[in-house]
Design a protein around this ligand. Structure first.
Ligand code: DMJ
Length: 561
């Protein structure tokens, strides 16, 4: 077979979607055939068959219809500003005012085959003026939303404008790394290069660890070594400091000295995607850098040893924080933001299988952890009368010594007892569905902000295990979102989730279009259009293709050395 394969057959079986992601974008350039490189082509493309898959095809169409509803409301009331305020029919500029909802949503439009919306979006992107003297660009948010959005749009469509904009933006963001340590600052002025920081010299772990995918992709496509070198330095720094807290890192860092400023251990806000990007960097680089794999294995084992707890009555498995590693006492808080974790561990369990340092016992333990954590993230939705999951809950701690709730200790005890097929916490709890009863947690932030993390994990769990329960649960969540968050002019965040009818706030964050609806669509789609061994999703759900580094790149960057 040659370098290119023609996948016209997919078009025939999946007309609403166009099969492979590139399949409808190529005709935009006048091509009649669908051509993908062998690397891009999925080995498991199958036509949709049977009533079950017909049902899921229809469901995918329903998700698409809601995307259109939400996006058209944004276009009507908020374009070209950043985000829609659906109740007040207004707009808000939270992210540079370049129309973040457009850029964040482009790849979702491509995947859904929405040509008209896409054409309008490209026109908007072409007109974005990236150099704005008065704007301080927040490094993390600009990277994950705009840079990630441009890069994935380029990956899916080959439109030159996207890589041009990505490169321009990369140049604007580079001054963020100009610190004594090389750690990026919180924000940088696009024109003057002037930096702003948190509390003088602080940056957070998520800012340090959430730029590797985007800047490495940019280095590969532009040939500019500086993109690679700036972010690779950060990965090496994380690698060299992994001993300080048992495989984990503190949340605040000093940009002058590159020292950790605290020993707060968490995978929630301020840390989350720094962990997520380790395995994704390894997969993005086609597994060419074993050191990154080893860092990830240590990090997940550190999470399992320190942060996973069982609730006292229902034995729900959850991930929480240690406000001080020196003290070691868990807080009991579970954040919605942390619900990316089951997907991250499931991804590792699947794609590290058989690799050095990852034996079958570890694979089993990680699979249990991923399953139990996924169950809990889901049950915090299924417990509520609204069917929507809270932004933060506070679990009751284990009676007596809170550390007795540490999941890994219960797993070790279970291995001696062997009562039941799996250790406590893995099977999950029975959902209360609005009935009163023992939850084991209190609401801390009783709001659903259209966030993606739980459906993201359900998507990865479904793709990596094939268990249909994850897909069914994603559909339940979609229905709850449609029931409670849909308003006259778009979709909105809601609060008081334990009510049959939650109250509405006035916000439609761009991640709803970029992530939540994309994952809900992809999990319903009968075809695996973005197989997880060929694509990695950045933390804003922008898919980037696996990179096969060229010889000169390996040599120049020391990849795998
Ligand atoms: C998104 O912007 C990204 O997923 C980020 O990593 C975390 N927060 C939001 C969604 O909740």
């Amino acid at each position: 077979m040659g370098v290119l394969v023609v996948l016209v057959v997919v078009f025939v079986f999946v007309p609403p979607v166009g099969g492979r992601v590139a399949s409808w974008s190529r005709p935009l350039h006048g091509s009649k055939e669908i051509q993908l490189s062998e690397d891009e082509a999925s080995s498991d493309l199958q036509p949709a068959v049977g009533p079950e898959e017909e049902l899921w095809s229809r469901r995918a169409e329903e998700v698409k219809a809601e995307f259109l509803y939400a996006y058209h409301a944004y276009e009507t009331f908020a374009f070209p500003r950043d985000e829609l305020r659906p109740l007040s029919k207004g707009a808000i500029d939270n992210y540079n005012g370049w129309g973040v909802s457009v850029v964040d949503a482009i790849d979702t439009m491509v995947l859904m085959g929405l040509k008209d919306e896409y054409q309008r979006a490209v026109r908007h992107v072409a007109g974005i003026e990236l150099r704005r003297a008065t704007t301080a660009l927040p490094f993390f948010e600009t990277t994950i939303r705009y840079l990630g959005g441009f890069l994935s749009a380029y990956a899916l469509t080959n439109e030159t404008i996207f890589i041009t904009k990505a490169d321009q933006l990369g140049q604007e963001l580079l001054p963020a790394f100009d610190t004594a340590s090389g750690l990026p600052v919180f924000s940088v002025n696009a024109t003057s290069g002037e930096q702003a920081n948190r509390n003088g010299q602080e940056t957070v772990l998520a800012e340090i660890g959430t730029c590797q995918l985007e800047f490495k992709q940019l280095a590969h496509w532009t040939g500019r070594a500086e993109y690679f070198e700036r972010v690779d330095k950060l990965s090496k720094l994380m690698q060299n400091t992994q001993d300080e807290h048992g495989g984990l890192w503190g949340t605040f860092w000093d940009t002058a000295t590159a020292k950790q400023k605290n020993d707060i251990l968490t995978v929630g806000g301020t840390a989350d995607s720094a962990y997520e990007y380790i395995i994704k960097s390894y997969l993005q680089g086609a597994k060419s850098d074993p050191a990154t794999r080893d860092v990830f294995i240590r990090a997940v084992n550190g999470i399992i040893e320190n942060l996973l707890y069982l609730s006292p009555t229902r034995h729900l498995l959850y991930v929480t924080d240690i406000p001080s590693a020196a003290v070691g006492r868990p807080s009991g808080k579970l954040e919605h933001l942390s619900c990316f974790l089951p997907g991250m561990i499931a991804l590792g369990a699947k794609y590290l299988k058989g690799e050095p340092g990852f034996d079958s016992d570890m694979e089993e333990l990680w699979s249990w952890a991923a399953q139990g954590l996924g169950e809990t993230c889901w049950v915090t939705y299924a417990d509520q009368a609204s069917g929507l999951g809270p932004d933060e809950v506070l679990f009751q701690l284990w009676p007596g010594n809170p550390k007795d709730g540490l999941w890994i200790s219960h797993v070790r005890d279970w291995k001696v007892r062997r009562d039941g097929e799996t250790p406590p916490g893995v099977k999950g709890g029975v959902p209360l569905r609005g009935a009163s009863g023992q939850t084991d947690y209190a609401m801390k932030l009783n709001a659903y902000q259209l966030r993606p993390e739980t459906v993201e994990s359900l998507f990865v769990l479904y793709k990596t295990t094939g268990d249909p329960k994850w897909r069914d649960r994603a559909w339940e969540i979609f229905e709850a979102i449609r029931r409670h968050c849909k308003v006259e002019n778009g979709y909105t965040s809601v609060y008081s989730l334990d009510r049959e009818e939650p109250f509405k706030s006035d916000a439609m964050p761009s991640w709803f279009l970029a992530e939540t609806l994309k994952y809900l669509y992809l999990i319903a789609l009968p075809q695996d259009v973005l197989p997880l061994d060929k694509w990695v999703f950045n933390t804003e759900a922008h898919p980037l293709p696996v990179i096969h580094w060229r010889d000169w790149e390996r040599e120049r960057y020391g990849i795998g050395a």
